[in-house]
Design a protein around this ligand. Structure first.
Ligand code: FE2
Length: 377
């Protein structure tokens, strides 16, 4: 198996990082029913009510619910009528990620440099005000209909952003220990991976820190290729997948067929205690992919000693992988909508900075079993 680890510095030095990012600000989903989506993410994933925008706050064409769990901010937006671009997005893609918002110190400079570097403008810089201060935002187009919005909130003290009001609810399920966005993966079309690698390098100053070819990521039946892009300080990581030829249909191709285009495949959310988090998620009805029992028989030989109780990991179906710097624990949900598109990864890093290459085979075989059930392999 060939994995090319690019032997370059971890990122750009501060002086050469032309797009300094403070991390992920929020992920916005366009969904058919934001009220019910918010209920699902509160009940199942333990997000907390944060802010609301809609007719009651002077927004006429949509409703948005902002939820928070530690440093994770998710926004669910639904259109109130069919004559707008949000409705078009849902008609084509189903429920999915529209916006991967990035926190910056200067949203105007971020827009200027990225559009000068060739990005298509999604939103010219705009300054929003309310009684809590001033928030500046701008945006560029990324793969498919997905966009990156730059958020400058250093002069803003409100619950979320102007246009929203604090959302207080009587129903507040406890959180599940999810902490922050670890990475967001994009699925792009045939032979498009390198074009998007170039986009993140040239437009946004990211670097390719890991590459997996179709020999790394293939089972008996299907294959894909992936390159991991990271910004200068490593806070933002976007792996980019494209399908590869196999005996049967690549999972990336299945996604592209049902999302009807390129888009965000999964969001990885970090936890400091994966056993606790996954126990809670399973109790609340979140469905995960499962691997055969044989996976756990070979686990100690493959990863060596770990702190966690193997029985608990086995019972929950949590996967483990090791790299030169430590190990990681991870598990993947089934798609969270009826189309086989967006899913989640829950990840706990114990030193490891990689993405679980040792689990790819077991994981992709689990995905194929689900594809088979759907008649899409
Ligand atoms: Fe991942």
């Amino acid at each position: 198996m060939k994995t090319s680890i690019i032997k370059s510095p971890a990122g750009n030095s501060a002086s050469s990082d032309f797009l300094p990012l403070l991390g992920t600000d929020y992920v916005e989903f366009y969904v058919g029913n934001a009220k019910q989506a918010a209920y699902y993410y509160k009940s199942a994933f333990g997000f907390q009510s944060l802010a609301y925008a809609g007719p009651e706050t002077g927004i006429r064409d949509r409703c948005s619910y902002a939820l928070r769990q530690n440093k994770l901010f998710f926004v669910f937006t639904t259109p109130l009528r069919s004559d707008n671009s949000i409705a078009d997005h849902i008609f084509r893609h189903g429920d999915g990620v529209k916006t991967l918002a990035l926190r910056v110190d200067d949203a105007v400079a971020s827009w200027k440099i990225t559009t000068a570097n060739g990005a298509g403008s999604y939103m010219e810089p705009v300054t929003l005000n309310d009684e809590y201060g001033e928030l500046v935002m701008s945006g560029i187009h990324a793969y498919g209909d997905t966009v990156h919005v730059f958020i400058e909130r250093k002069n803003y003290q409100g619950p979320f952003m102007p246009g929203y009001k604090k959302w207080e609810t009587a129903y507040n399920p406890s959180d599940t220990g999810l902490q922050y966005v670890d990475h967001c993966v994009g699925n792009v079309g045939w032979n498009q991976m390198n074009a998007w690698v170039n986009f993140y390098e040239k437009v946004m100053g990211f670097r390719n820190i890991l590459s997996f070819d179709d020999k790394d990521i293939s089972t008996e039946y299907s294959a894909l290729m992936s390159k991991v892009m990271s910004n200068g300080n490593g806070f933002v990581k976007f792996p980019i997948n494209e399908p590869a030829e196999g005996k049967k249909k690549s999972q990336v191709e299945e996604y592209l067929d049902f999302y009807q285009g390129e888009g965000c495949q999964h969001v990885a959310m970090a936890t400091n205690d994966i056993v606790y988090t996954v126990t809670e998620l399973q109790k609340r009805g979140v469905e995960f992919l499962t691997v055969p029992d044989s996976y756990y028989k070979e686990l100690f030989d493959r990863v060596g000693k770990i702190d966690e109780d193997l029985i608990a990991l086995h019972k929950l179906g949590i996967l483990v992988d090791r790299d030169e710097e430590g190990y990681l624990l991870q598990i993947f949900t089934k798609p969270v909508e009826d189309r086989p598109t967006l899913f989640y990864e829950i990840i706990q890093r114990k030193g490891a900075k990689s993405f679980g290459k040792g689990n790819f085979k077991a994981l992709f075989e689990a995905i194929e079993r689900e594809q088979q059930k759907r008649g899409n392999l």
